[in-house]
Design a binder for this molecule. Structure first.
Ligand code: GLP
Length: 233
């Protein structure tokens, strides 16, 4: 894994954008995108640039089950607000959290990823080492699936909701197998609350208890962190 440490999240966003821009210049057509507060500085760089995204495809990692796309807490909404409204892509896929048939939706999403192999996958990381919503204990070899969120994640994500009870209890999420199939992975993290997860991901054993640790086995991963998130390395 290549690790880049910068001063702050603004610099991390600029660095990540440099990588994406370069990959797009070199022919990347399918971007795997992520939500959470972490990618915001990167998306701001996309918006402020003259990059044309209208011939690119995006595939998002996950969506809460039970939130409509116009719910401000949904990841559909997040992506429109932070990127797509200002930088439309040719086609943007986000899992359908309102599906009546979760299993069929997961299967379809796997097919979408198969038909559109991801050139660059963006990731954040949860405080417990989760990537997308792949929580500790998730098998490494699964594709898109429904995830029951852990108490830990519900608590961490409740900051975006009025109260903890409003946080959905499950999500549809790409599996670690889908993520590992991406040609290139860029993972961003800021702040001391991520320091332990970053250490375990990079220096710890590869274990399903730390989902992000699987990235040690990927041939092309760049980790972009601020000093606070890098402090345990
Ligand atoms: C959620 C998302 C993850 C994200 C994580 C961290 O659980 N499903 O994709 O990495 O939150 O969020 P943040 O970037 O806000 O710290």
């Amino acid at each position: 894994m290549k690790v880049i440490v910068t001063e702050n999240k603004i610099q991390c966003g600029a660095k990540a954008f440099e990588i994406f821009k370069n990959e797009i210049k070199n022919g990347a057509k399918v971007l795997g995108l992520a939500t959470g507060s972490t990618p915001e500085t990167l998306y701001q760089n996309f918006i402020n640039s003259d990059l044309n995204c209208s011939n690119l495809i995006s595939i998002n990692l996950d969506e809460y089950v039970g939130l409509t796309p116009d719910n401000p807490q949904s990841y559909h909404y997040f992506m429109r607000k932070h990127l797509f409204d200002k930088k439309p892509f040719k086609k943007s896929y986000v899992p359908d959290g309102m599906t009546k048939d979760v299993a069929a939706t997961c299967k379809e999403y796997d097919q979408i990823i198969k038909d559109n192999p991801i050139d660059v996958q963006l990731l954040g990381i949860g405080r417990n080492g989760h990537i997308a919503f792949n929580e500790p204990g998730t098998p490494f070899d699964i594709g898109t699936h429904e995830v029951k969120l852990t108490e830990n994640t519900i608590k961490a994500n409740s900051r975006f909701f009025d109260n903890e009870d409003e946080v959905p209890k499950s999500a549809i999420c790409m599996g670690t197998a889908n993520i590992m199939d991406a040609k290139k992975v860029v993972l961003m993290a800021f702040g001391e609350k991520k320091a332990q997860a970053i250490k375990e991901m990079i220096e710890g054993p590869v274990t399903e208890q730390v989902p992000a640790s699987i990235l040690q086995k990927h041939p092309d991963v760049t980790v972009i962190v601020d000093k606070a998130a890098a402090q345990e390395l």
